[in-house]
Ligand binder design. Sequence first.
Ligand code: FAD
Length: 473
Amino acid sequence: MTITCDVAVLGGGTGGYVAAIRAAQLGKDVVIIERGKLGGTCLHRGCIPTKSLLRSAEVYALLNQAETYGIETDGGRLVFPKVQARKREIVDKLHQGVQYLMRKNKIRVIEGSGRIIGPSIFSPRSGAVAVEFPDGEMETVVSDNLIIATGSRPRVIPGLEPDGTLILSSDEAVDLDKLPESILIVGGGVIGVEWASMLCDFGVKVTLIEMAKQILPGEDEEAARELARLLEKRGVKILTEVELKPDTYVPGDGGISISAAHRGEEITLEASQMFISIGRAANVEGIGLENTDIRVANGVIAVNPHFQTGESHIYAVGDCIGGLQLAHAASHEGLAAVNHLAGQESHIYDPTFVPRCVYTHPQIGSIGLTEARAREMGRSVKSAKVPFSAIAKALIEGHSDGFAKVVVDTETNDLVGVQIIGPQATELIAEASLAAVLDATPWEVGSAVHAHPTLAEALGEAMLAIDGNAINV
Ligand code: FAD
C-alpha cells in the first residue's frame, strides 16, 4: 500500500515530532514514522528520566543535610523502586502529551521501521520510505519532502559492550531496579558527570575516569575545575588523562576489574558495575542512505545551513547530523528545516548560542565560546566573574559555590560567551541566551533590573563587572 503526504518525518524523537508539528501548523499533510516510542531518546532514555532521577537524588541529599537549615531529622530512607516509579509516571505523562499533540495536529503516526528507497515506481526521485511493521507487513510513504531525524545511540568500546548487568550504557542504567554499591564511570562528558553526581547523592561509591585533561572537555576550564572540586568534596574519585585497557577487563561475581594507564602509570580499577559514557553515535546505518545522494561525513549526515542534505528535498535534523546533540538543538533544527521547506522566513538559529546545560549538583549552564576558545580563534576578549558567595539568595539557598562568568569582545563589546556554575545555572542561562538573540551588550543586560534577592543577580552583576561597575563584588 502507498501513503502519500506533503511531509514525511523519519524518527519521532524531539527533532522529528517538533518538525512534524510545525509542518502541520503550516498546513502540511504530515506523516511521522517511528519504530519505537514517540518522544525518542530525550523522553524515554535521556533528558526527562535522568532529570527525574537527579531530582530524587537531590532531595535525598538535601534531607541528609537538613540540619544545616536548622531542621533535625533522622535522615531520609531511600526507596529506589519508588524513585523509579516516580520517573516512569513523569515519562508516561509526557509520552501521552506527545501522542495528544500528534492527534491535535492531525499528524498520521506510522509505527514501524523506515528505510529510504531510491527512484522507483512509487516516485521518480529518491526519498520515498519503505516501512516495515513488527508483523513483517510493508507500506511505502511517498512525500514531497522528507525529514530524517533518526537520532543517536550510545557509543560502545569494542570488548566492553553493555550487557545490562556488569557493563551499562545510559540506556540500561536509566532503568536500574537496584543501585550498585560502587560504579566506575568511563567518560567525563555531560552524561558521565550527571550520573556521577546523581549516584554519589544516592550513596553509591563513584569513580569517574576521563581521557582528556579535564572533565567536560571543551567547556570552560575554570567551571570544569570547580565542578571536579565539588564532586570530589562529596566523595567522587575523579581521574583525568586515563586510558582504559579494554583487553584487561575481568568480569566477576562481585563486579568488574580493569586496568588503565594513568599519566604513565598502570592502575587497576574495581567496582560493582561499569558505566560507559563516551559519547553518542548518529543513527545513519540501515536507513537506506546508500539509495540517495545524501553524504555521511565523520559518521553524521552532512547538511547545509538550512538542514538540507545532498538531496535538496530531503532534510536532516537532530542527533543524526552531529553537532551539539541536545534536545533543544534538535527541535530548533526541526523548526528551521520546516520553515525553509515551506518557504517561510527563517527561524533564528545560531548554534553558537544554544544553551549547554549540565544538571549536576551544582549545575552548569553556558552559551557561546569559552574565553580560551575565543582566544584560540584569535579574538580579543575580556571577562568578568562574580562568585555566588557574593549573592545573598545563594547563601539563603545554602548553595553558594560557583560563579557566573561573562566573556566579551573588547573591540565590538559583543557578548562572546557566558558560563555559570552554581544553583539553578540551567535556568539562569536563559537570560544570557535571550541577550545573545537580542544582541544586547553586557551593559544593557546589567542595566535590566534584577530583583533582590535572586540568583539572577549573579549574571546581572557579572555583566556590570565587565566594565568595573558591579556593586556587590
Ligand atoms: P532521538 O530522540 O534519538 O529520536 C530518534 C527517533 O528515531 C527514535 O525514537 C528512534 O526510535 C527513531 N528511529 C531511528 N531510526 C528509525 C527508523 N529507521 N525508522 C523509524 N524510526 C526510527 N539533551 C538535552 O537537551 N538536555 C538533556 O538534559 C539531555 N539529557 C540527556 C541524557 C541522556 C542520558 C542522553 C542519552 C541524552 C540526553 N540528551 C539531553 C540528548 C537528547 O536526548 C538528544 O539530543 C535528543 O533526544 C535528540 O533528538 P533526536 O530527535 O535527534 O533523536
